[in-house]
Design a binder for this molecule. Sequence first.
Ligand SMILES: [Zn+2]
Length: 134
Amino acid sequence: MHEWALAEAVIAAVIEESRKEGLKEVTKVKLKIGELQQIETEIFEFALNELGKVQGSVAKMEVEMAVERAVFRCRVCGNEWDLRETPGMSEEETEAIHLAPEVAHAYIRCPSCKSPDFEVLHGRGILIEYIKGR
Ligand SMILES: [Zn+2]
């Protein structure tokens, strides 16, 4: 059920942002969903609509979602790479990482120096790219 908790947090953030921008009504929100974020997008969208309905200012907003690609950075050599550029990754392993981001360190090595010591730069969590309204 964490889609509902995430949707609630997103709605709250959208409402706060719309207040800052002085909008009475939000017509559109564009979200970026990290590819390492475990989420059922259909449930998430449904939750956004259901929770948004009872909030006057976002009741009619259109939701657009895009996937944010995962990017890693090596702590040893500073190399940055994409999940798909990781050498020796089978489809099964890529799938395992999508299902459980915390296992990424067990599978992924820096393509340049082979170190397992890296950080996730992008591809985690949910970002509000922009909101539109009047
Ligand atoms: Zn490295």
